[in-house]
Design a protein around this ligand. Structure first.
Ligand code: NAP
Length: 530
């Protein structure tokens, strides 16, 4: 399918009237054809209007219909075949295997949401039947149900061109909930976005859903993105990216006459704590696993392990020696685009400008490479220095990590206490060792969304139990996850129907329980009819 550079608005492919640009191949720094168009403000308005009109019918569509739609999206993405994988590689510099892995993850995610909504559990149907004779006051009939929040704006993420972009996690969760989706595509992978939008558009048509439930708009964040977030019809925003970008959107959303939630996932440094016995048992093995996690995807994961915390002893030295040798073997990797590559180099420069930070190992040089490349880098600092210099608590997005050397357990706890909110926290410990570090898991649980024991944070499973979020600044709302089926909760809100005649109730709340849901009836979970 030839890429046209067009936008998808209200069921039609249209040339954007806000100018054109070319995508760039970060591995070669060359332009990719064809020219891609951007939306004018009138086109943004048209997409918003279409989403607003489509919202009621989509909100009230059956669970089966939406599940069929999600599965059809997955089938249509697979049907794009090699062309999609080739375009992902050209626009991101990711190897084909990464594109295949991400495509699989994206389709599984869509199918998992289909299975999930078919159970109807997320609706959280609750019924408290009327008690007309209750003293001193009668109780009316009250019935609770979650429903779609309304049109959602999804910002495609640069580092997940499939799994967190046009039909990625945010879109899948919003569609599953019954919310129209307005995608502000990431300008790094517009061709990939267009191809996936074709898959979604075909699925909308095949499933006979209202055409306004999906639009793809390209253009700058400050114009197209901001206009979408300001639109009164829009009721929530899903975002993965930088702290500055996420907070700019929060500011816009809060300045609206009707403020709306911005679910922004903005990354973190993901501390990895190495306890002494774990290092004594297996410093080499942990070091090898750590460098694998650090340099995976050229470090361009929000769960990249950017901070190591350990007591400074001989075993830590063994870890450092092995990790340094492994980092030195890593070739400079292609980064997603010029901006991300520049931000990585600037971040490294900022870290190494601190006299208490020592660069102890670097991988293959990025100098003289054809593409926008990042050099893997390992640094150390003492806990004292780290605690006094908050500038080195900030994320450097890429394959860089800082090892903080502590004098004792107390310093480990002080370093962890000084950390801001994180997506993950990891502890390596020997059998029984955590018993003398009980405060550590408690401290971590207050600061992170996911605690990993004897593993590494990269590799975020899409499942029911996953939490990918965390206290600010890891995300803007630590009560929610942006990965896994719980992420649907961002795009629903509870509605209580009081005293409703049976005929006017949604199916999920009717006495006969026609959907066969597990409901909380007068405080008891049951599938029984009333
Ligand atoms: P970004 O700069 O935050 O951009 C993400 C999206 O938000 C883009 O569509 C961008 O639009 C839009 N945007 C940015 N600032 C905006 C603003 N002020 N108003 C409205 N929209 C705005 O993220 P990125 O391009 O993916 O990468 C840049 C940096 O973000 C990286 O170096 C890294 O530090 C961080 N990052 C973090 C994660 C993570 O997982 N948390 C993932 C990727 C990147 P434009 O089209 O105008 O750029």
């Amino acid at each position: 399918m030839p890429i046209s550079g067009k936008l998808f608005i209200n069921g039609a492919w249209v040339q954007g009237e806000g100018g054109t640009y070319h995508a760039s191949n970060p591995a070669t720094k060359s332009e990719i054809e064809p020219a891609m168009s951007m939306a004018s403000s009138e086109q943004v308005d048209a997409a918003i209007k279409a989403a607003e009109l489509a919202a009621p019918a989509f909100r009230n569509s059956s669970l089966q219909k939406r599940a069929e739609f999600l599965r059809t999206c997955a089938d249509e993405i697979m049907a794009l075949g090699d062309e999609l994988l080739e375009r992902v590689t050209a626009e991101t510099g990711y190897p084909r295997a990464r594109g295949e892995m991400e495509r699989g993850r994206t389709c599984n995610q869509l199918r998992l949401f289909a299975d999930t909504i078919e159970t109807g559990d997320y609706l959280d149907a609750r019924i408290d039947t009327a008690m007309p004779d209750r003293q001193p006051l009668p109780r009316p009939d009250l019935r609770h149900l979650n429903q779609a929040i309304g049109p959602v704006v999804v910002f495609g993420a640069s580092n997940f061109p499939l799994a967190f972009s046009v039909a990625g996690g945010d879109s899948a969760a919003a569609f599953a909930a019954g919310c129209p989706v307005l995608v502000k595509g990431h300008s790094s992978h517009p061709g990939t976005s267009e191809l996936v939008a074709h898959a979604v558009a075909t699925a909308v048509e095949k499933c006979g859903l209202p055409k306004g439930i999906f639009s793809l708009l390209m253009g700058s964040g400050s114009k197209v993105g901001a206009a979408l977030v300001k639109a009164p019809a829009v009721k929530a925003v899903g975002f993965t990216g930088s702290l500055a970008g996420g907070m700019a959107l929060v500011e816009i959303a809060n300045a609206r006459p009707e403020p709306i939630p911005v679910f922004a996932e903005m990354g973190s440094i993901n501390p990895v704590i190495l306890l002494p016995d774990a290092l004594a048992n297996n410093a080499d093995g942990i070091a090898t696993g750590f460098v694998g996690s650090l340099t995976l995807g050229t470090g361009q994961f929000c769960v990249n392990p950017g901070l190591v915390i350990a007591i400074d002893d001989d075993n830590l030295q063994t870890f450092i020696t092995t990790a340094s040798a492994a980092v030195a073997e890593v070739q400079a990797g292609v980064m997603l685009n010029e901006r991300i590559c520049t931000a990585y180099c600037d971040g490294l420069q900022e870290y190494s400008s601190h006299d208490g930070v020592e660069v102890i190992s670097a991988g293959g040089s990025a100098e003289g490479q054809d593409g926008y490349c990042g050099q893997a880098t390992l640094m150390t600092a003492t806990a004292d220095y780290f605690l006094q210099n908050t500038a080195i608590h900030e994320e450097v997005f890429g394959p860089a990590s800082l090892i903080v050397k502590c004098k004792n357990k107390d310093e480990i706890l002080r370093v962890v206490t000084a950390l801001k909110g994180q997506l993950t926290g990891t502890i390596h410990c020997a059998d029984g060792e955590l018993a003398s570090y009980t405060e550590l898991t408690d401290l971590l649980s207050l600061r992170v969304g996911r605690i990993v024991i004897n593993g590494f944070p990269t590799g975020v499973e899409v499942c029911h139990a996953m939490v990918h979020g965390g206290p600010f600044p890891a995300s803007t709302d630590s009560r929610f996850t942006s990965v896994g089926t719980s992420s649907i909760k961002r795009f629903i809100r509870p509605v209580c129907y009081q005293g409703f005649p049976e005929a006017l109730l949604p199916d999920a709340l009717r006495n006969a329980n026609p959907l066969g849901l597990l409901r909380l009836v007068n405080g008891v979970k049951t599938t029984d009819a009333i």
